[in-house]
Structures are given as structure tokens and as C-alpha cells.
Design a protein around this ligand. Structure first.
Ligand SMILES: Cc1cc2nc3c(=O)[nH]c(=O)nc-3n(C[C@H](O)[C@H](O)[C@H](O)COP(=O)(O)O)c2cc1C
Length: 799
């Protein structure tokens, strides 16, 4: 890009602006509160972070685009709210909006904008958000919000760090007054010439967190809280229903001595854990600073003073150039550090200055005696995936009377505690009948058992009977639930950072969570409207190879998938097996819902597998009972060492399992073994009633939804759902963001709970879809729950 007047950096723009502006105006923009320690700390924090270069990463054109609150931004960058752009240029906010619009980035318009909302909105097609100061007279604030909404603004940013304005000593010394004609164009009244004085009389100094609720009650727009600097305030903001937080100290203009925003970002990002958007402002002066903030947990940053510098120097063009410089620098930084896309930026990308180690944070660590710093723990504990269910649990707990379509639990009605004893007895009799002495039977229940499992023969037999999968018992490892099977398979298969795991997306969180525990970042292969497509997997495989990575395995739930409910067709199954052979990868097949679904099921991938391409990850949680925590892996692949000795992959999984859970509970295996024996050796026998029950629950849910939101109405609203023939889940697409805020509202006001589908997309997506689980509810609950859901959808769709 040809930058204006030889200005190549934001520092060049600051210098030009300083020369051009009256000293009093320059000080008003540049200054901070008190001794300006926080102001200085903001940029110093960026100076203390180094970016780690990555060589030969193949990142030619880094993708700067991102999504925030469901809207596409051309770059992870927006304009921070700042009062009176008209002080810097007569076009004021209109020029800024035009430049932001041209760059495809959002603009947060201050309560004290010098131009009207309508004029600003006419200048840009990019998102506009309103920054809100709450006045003593709530009517003034309400009027402001309503006018912004009418002008098409998309979100509210409530500034919470300014119940009064900070002591800005430069302004005090200069006796700074706004020049005549510089006024807030969207506020009634007069007396604005001294910003500090005006704030003292007009701002409500006694605000507490109920203001968020109030704001939400007067406007349907998403609300972000600006000025959050601690984990505890972040928690409060989320509890109050915030859709996002802006980590900000007001550019050092409020509490002098407050920490730099970058310093506290990791703490806040860890607290948020994906529950809402995280933005940061303060001291961002280069593209590399943007990347550092992304790496430490921000979804995007806001740029403050440099925008005003651009405006002062050359109006709209100046702002455009400032944004362009940052974007170019960001693209350079991403390419040179091997970061292909915004979502790929994470802690390993940065390191504190003077330290060779990857940094989780630049914050000084407390001594262990003072407690542990979360960022000193493995990154998985701060991973949103591992936290997704917390919000759901919290909501379920908070609204116990709500009908919940969230849990994928089996229906309780089929469980009889007394039966457990009969199953154990049957298993003991089976051991005795097959030649075990009384002492051996006792040991089988009381002692450590074989790591690979003592019921692998029974499991192998059940696979033959139920699923036509014919494998020797030696290829079965009995695991602690299917979750352990996933962990073992991933640990064995992914040998290093260049081995790629691909997952069908939306994806069961168990596999993404297990992957993250092992520092494996799964690559999402997006399902189409009718489920998984081989062609998309093939493209993703090629892309991985292009990045120098070896596609190792592809995880998929072919039948009645969790969460989408989709089922892979027979042809697609054959094609997937052929693709695996051609492209040389393994398939991780997870199929927990087959036996509990009505009607004939398509053959499993494993039963069609002639080349030992499929590792089946099995579960008895749905077909017998989840409390047993018994699952299995079928891994009949041959493994050859350098000396030419061979083993089965199952043996290697067993080796790993010996250091994870040693063996699966002998008692649980006894119960499951006894159940399989009762079912003539298979689990299908136990499931004729359950499959009918779940099938009816699914049909009832679809029927009730059809009745509650008739076809014409849902077409008008833009609502639709899929119609799985089995499994526990279906998905509903809605015309509004189905996020945590919507869920909270649905639970509180309409008494119905569901799961946001965005939880299940490892690389973003599903923002307007929700998942319903039908397994756990009675028909009466389904009837009432769908009626409540329809009411919620109707109301939410209207806003
Ligand atoms: C001149 C000026 C005016 C500002 N006005 C507002 C405002 O009206 N509302 C608000 O929330 N923040 C306001 N801020 C703070 C910015 O939104 C932002 O937090 C800060 O400027 C970011 O830091 P940076 O300037 O170092 O990029 C203002 C900042 C400046 C420099």
C-alpha cells in the first residue's frame, strides 16, 4: 500500500498529528489520568512480549477475517469509542465510519459522538456499536439507545470504568474546554464544554451490576461490558448476561495505577472460556500487538488514539491509512509466525521478552504458596471446549423448573437397581462354568485385572452378534467408557505436531476435548445440510498435506450423530473407506446410538472394513447403562517395529492404558458381562424396548414441533429442523444467534433449556442453531417443552 505522506507506522501518524494539533487538543487526546502510569503500562506490556517465528509453515496469505457476535469482520480489529471526533476533523465520526466501512471493520460510536447516529450509519456498511454511558436520568440513556437502534446499530458497549472521569492532569493544567460547536450530537441539553464537569453532574455515580439487566430490558441488542480488568468482574459480567467484555482501562484515562490490559488478558480469557466475546483495547500500536493480544485470548482488539491521529492528519483517508497499516503489519506478523488464520493464534505464539519459553502470560506468577496461576497449568484447563458444559450446568441449576432438552442422558425408566446383582451373579456363574475355581472367580471381582479387559471375549462376541463385526478378542481393549478409548487411540496415533486429526464438524466434544488434552488441534471438516461429505474430507486432507502435515485419522459418528442427528448413507460409507485406503489414514468410528435407534441400521464402517482402516470406539453407555463406564476400542491394525516384530494396535493401546487407568473396574465389567450373557451374548436383546422408546420420543418431538410452529409460520420466521430417524438429537436452525445469552433468556423467561450448537464447532460455526436432546424426557415434558420453545423462538425471532 502507498501510505500517505511517507507515514509508515502509527507512530509516524502520532507525530504528524502532534505537530498539527493545538497543544491543548493534543493533550486531551494523548493524555491519561494521574501520573499516566497505566497509560505507559499499556504499550510497555506489548513491548514485553515477543512473537515466536515459525519457519516453512506454508502460510502464504494469512486469513485476517473473523467473526464476532455472529458478524463477519474483515480483520480482528475495530475502532474504540472516543468522544468528539469533530475535535480532530470537521467530518468527525462520519469520516471515521467511512474508513472503517471501507476496511470492513466495526466502529464503536461514543455516547459523545459529534455527529448524529443517522449520519454515521449512512457512511458505513460495517457493524456500528453504541458505547453507552449511563446517566442519572435513565430517560436520556434510553433515548440514546433507541436512536442508535433505529439507525441500525448492532450492539451496546456499556462503559463501566467511569462512574466519574479520571483526573486528567494535562487537561486540568491546560484549563481544557471544548471549543464552541463541539457538542454531543445525540444528547439533549447543554453544558458539555468541560467533559470532567459534565460527567460529574450527569453520570450516575452509583451504578451497580443491575444496570446490565436494565439495559437488556430496554433493548434486545447484545451488550458488551467495557472496562473489565479482573476475573471476578468478568464472572459478574457473564452472570449479568453480557455477550462480551472489553478488557480496557480506558486508555489509561481512568484509574491511574490499574494494570495494563495485556497483562490481565490471560486471566480474563481463562475466566470467559468461550462463554462470550473478549475484546481488548489500550496501547495497540502495531499489527504484531494485535497478534499478541489474539494469542493471549482476545477475539479482537479495538484501536483508540491512532484512529484520532489519522483523522487529524487526513480525515477519512488518514483513518483508512491507519487501519491499513495495522492490517498489513498483522498479515506480515501472521505469515512470519506461521499463523494461517485468526483462530489459530494461541499462547505458543508468544514468549515473554528475555525468556526462551512459550508464554502463557506476561503476568508475574504468584508463589505456589499463594495458590497456582491457571496459566501455569496445561492450556487444556483454560480451553473453552473443556468448559462448554459449565454454562449449561449453571443454567440448569439456576432454573430447576425449566424443561431441559440439553442432557444426552438415557431415559431413567429402564433401570432397575435389583438387576445389577443378578447380572453379577450370572457373570460369576459363567466364569465357574467355564472352568474358573472359586478363588479365580473371587480374584476376577476383587483383584486388579488384565489391562486389556476381562470381558473382551464377551465384547467380541456381542460385536459379532449385534453388528456383524468379526474380530478376534485380542483386538478388543475394554476401556473406562468410550472417552478412554478416544484418548488411547489419539495418544497412540498422533506421534507429533505434524500429525493431523480431522473431525466431522459439528463434532462430539469428547473427541475435541481429548485432543486438546494431548495438545492436538483437530481440523474440522464441515458437514453439509445432509451430513458428512467425502469430497469435503478429501479437500481438507489435501490442505493438511499442503501444510506439511500427515493426516492420521478422521473421527466420525456415522449413525444419528451427536450433535447433528445426521446419518451417513451407505454409498458415502463405502466411499469413505475407499478414500481412507487411497489417502492412507485411519477412521475412528464412534457409534453409540445404533442399538437404541428404531428399525434396521446401515452396516457399521467396521463391518465393511476389509483393510483394517477402521478403529471402532465403542460404548455401552446408551445400550446398557452409563454408570458402568464401560466402553471398548476395536483396534485390529497390525503394528510392526523396526526389527520386524508385529503386534496388534490393541496391544499398544493396552500399553498406554496401563499408565492411565490400569484396568477398567472389574465390578463394572462383571455387570456388563452379565448383561451381555443375559442377552444371549449381545446388547441388542436389551434394546428392543429402548429403541422403540427413543424412536417414539424422537417422533413425538418432531410431531410436537410441527404442531407448535406450523410450516407456514416457520417458513416466514426462517426456522427449520432436521428429522433424524433415530439417536438422541435433532437440531433446530433459528433466525437469531442461539448463544449463551439466548439460552439464558430462554431458560429464564420461557422455562426451556437447549444446547447452543456453536459449542460443537471446533473452528467456529453453528451460531444460529440449537440442539435438542429427546432421550431423557417424558412425552408430557416433550409436549410442554416444545410449546415453550416455540414461544421463545417466536419472540426471539421478532427482535
Ligand atoms: C480522546 C479519547 C476519548 C475517549 N472517549 C471515550 C468515550 O467516550 N467512551 C469510552 O468508553 N471510552 C473512551 N475513550 C477510551 C477508548 O475507548 C479506549 O478505551 C482507549 O482509547 C484505548 O486505548 P488506546 O487509545 O491506547 O488505543 C476515549 C479515549 C480517548 C483517547
Amino acid at each position: 500500500m502507498n501510505h500517505g505522506g511517507g507515514r509508515l507506522t502509527l507512530a509516524d501518524y502520532a507525530e504528524s498529528a502532534r505537530r498539527r494539533l493545538e497543544p491543548g487538543v493534543w493533550d486531551f487526546v494523548a493524555g491519561g489520568a494521574g501520573d499516566e502510569r497505566t497509560l505507559a503500562a499499556n504499550s510497555a506490556a506489548f513491548d514485553r512480549v515477543r512473537l515466536r517465528p515459525r519457519m516453512l509453515s506454508g502460510v502464504a496469505e494469512p486469513a485476517l477475517g473473523t467473526r464476532v457476535l455472529g458478524r463477519a469482520w474483515a480483520a480482528p480489529l475495530g475502532v474504540a469509542p472516543m468522544a468528539y471526533h469533530t475535535l480532530l476533523h470537521p467530518d468527525g465520526e462520519v469520516a471515521t465510519a467511512a474508513a472503517a466501512g471501507a476496511a470492513g471493520v466495526p466502529f464503536v460510536v461514543s455516547t459523545f459522538a459529534g455527529r448524529t447516529f443517522d449520519d454515521i450509519a449512512a457512511a458505513t456498511a460495517s457493524p456500528l456499536w453504541l458505547q453507552v454511558y449511563c446517566f442519572r436520568d435513565r430517560g436520556v440513556t434510553r433515548g440514546l439507545v433507541e436512536r442508535a437502534a433505529q439507525a441500525g446499530f448492532e450492539a451496546l458497549v456499556l462503559t463501566v470504568d467511569a462512574p466519574r472521569l479520571g483526573r486528567r492532569l494535562r487537561d486540568v493544567r491546560n484549563g481544557f474546554r471544548l471549543p464552541p460547536g463541539i457538542e454531543p450530537a445525540n444528547l439533549p441539553g447543554t453544558g458539555f464544554s468541560s467533559p470532567g464537569e459534565h460527567a460529574r453532574t450527569a453520570f450516575d455515580p452509583a451504578l451497580d451490576w443491575t444496570v446490565v439487566e436494565w439495559l437488556r430490558s430496554i433493548s434486545p441488542l447484545p451488550v458488551l461490558i467495557k472496562g473489565v480488568l479482573t476475573a471476578s468482574d468478568t464472572r459478574r459480567a457473564i452472570r449479568a448476561g453480557a455477550d462480551g467484555v472489553v478488557v480496557s482501562n480506558h486508555g489509561g484515562r481512568q484509574l491511574d495505577g490499574a494494570p495494563a490490559t495485556l497483562e490481565v488478558l490471560p486471566e480474563i480469557a481463562a475466566e470467559v472460556s468461550g462463554r462470550c466475546a473478549v475484546l481488548l483495547d489500550g496501547g495497540v500500536r502495531r499489527g504484531g500487538d494485535v497478534l499478541a493480544a489474539l494469542a493471549l485470548g482476545a477475539d479482537a482488539v479495538l484501536l483508540g488514539r491512532p484512529v484520532l491521529h489519522g483523522l487529524a492528519v487526513a480525515g477519512r483517508d488518514g483513518v483508512a491509512d491507519v487501519l491499513g497499516i495495522v492490517n498489513e503489519e498483522l498479515a506480515d506478523a501472521m505469515a512470519l509466525s506461521g499463523c494461517p488464520a485468526v483462530a489459530d493464534a494461541g499462547p505458543p505464539l508468544v514468549v515473554p521478552a528475555g525468556d526462551g519459553r512459550p508464554a502463557a502470560a506476561v503476568r508475574p506468577r504468584p508463589a505456589v504458596s499463594e495458590g497456582l496461576a491457571k496459566e501455569d497449568l496445561h492450556s487444556s484447563v483454560s480451553d473453552p471446549v473443556l468448559d462448554t458444559m459449565n454454562f449449561l450446568n449453571e443454567i440448569t441449576h439456576r432454573y430447576p423448573d425449566a424443561i431441559s432438552f440439553a442432557p444426552g442422558r438415557p431415559y431413567d425408566g429402564f433401570f432397575d437397581p435389583e438387576q445389577l446383582f443378578a447380572h453379577i451373579r450370572r457373570y460369576m456363574d459363567h466364569l465357574a462354568a467355564s472352568g474358573h475355581s472359586p478363588a479365580q472367580v473371587r480374584d476376577a471381582l476383587f483383584q486388579y485385572g488384565p489391562t486389556s479387559g476381562q470381558i473382551r471375549e464377551l465384547v467380541a462376541k456381542s460385536l459379532r452378534l449385534d453388528e456383524n463385526i468379526d474380530v478376534p478378542a485380542e483386538s478388543v481393549v475394554v476401556t473406562v467408557g468410550c472417552q478412554e478409548a478416544m484418548l488411547l487411540a489419539l495418544r497412540a496415533l498422533v506421534a507429533g505436531p505434524d500429525d493431523a486429526l480431522l473431525v466431522s464438524s459439528p463434532c462430539y466434544v469428547g473427541i475435541t476435548g481429548a485432543a486438546r488434552l494431548l495438545d492436538v488441534e483437530p481440523t474440522a471438516v464441515e458437514e453439509g445440510p445432509d451430513g458428512f461429505r467425502c469430497a469435503d474430507l478429501e479437500t481438507a486432507l489435501r490442505a493438511e498435506r499442503g501444510r506439511g502435515r500427515r493426516p492420521r485419522a478422521f473421527y466420525v459418528i456415522p449413525d444419528h450423530s451427536n450433535p447433528s442427528g445426521a446419518t451417513m448413507g451407505l454409498e458415502e460409507r463405502h466411499e469413505l473407506l475407499k478414500l481412507a485406503a487411497r489417502e492412507d489414514f485411519l477412521i475412528l468410528e464412534d457409534s453409540p446410538y445404533r442399538l437404541v435407534s428404531p428399525g434396521r441400521q446401515l452396516p457399521t464402517l467396521k463391518s465393511l472394513d476389509r483393510e483394517r482402516r477402521v478403529i471402532q470406539l465403542g460404548s455401552f453407555a446408551k445400550s446398557l447403562f452409563p454408570g458402568a463406564r464401560v466402553g471398548y476400542a476395536v483396534a485390529d491394525q497390525l503394528v510392526t517395529d523396526r526389527a520386524g516384530n508385529t503386534s496388534l494396535l490393541a496391544d499398544e493401546l493396552t500399553r498406554i492404558k496401563s499408565m492411565v487407568t490400569v484396568n477398567t473396574s472389574a465390578l463394572s465389567q462383571a455387570v456388563v458381562g452379565g448383561m451381555l450373557l443375559a442377552g444371549e451374548g449381545g446388547a441388542a436383546e436389551h434394546n428392543t424396548d429402548t429403541a422403540r422408546h427413543y424412536g417414539e420420543a424422537m417422533r413425538a418431538t418432531i410431531r410436537e414441533l410441527d404442531a407448535a410452529l406450523p410450516e407456514a409460520e416457520r417458513a416466514a420466521l426462517g426456522v427449520r429442523w432436521n428429522r433424524p430417524s433415530g439417536g438422541f438429537f435433532l437440531t433446530v436452525t433459528v433466525p437469531f444467534p442461539a448463544d449463551n445469552a439466548a439460552l439464558a433468556r430462554s431458560a429464564e423467561e420461557f422455562g426451556v433449556i437447549w444446547t447452543p450448537m456453536s459449542y460443537f464447532y471446533p473452528q467456529g460455526g453453528g451460531e444460529r442453531t440449537l440442539r435438542l436432546s429427546v432421550s431423557y424426557l417424558t412425552h408430557a415434558d416433550i409436549h410442554e417443552g416444545t410449546a415453550r420453545l416455540a414461544r421463545f423462538i417466536r419472540v426471539a425471532a421478532r427482535h
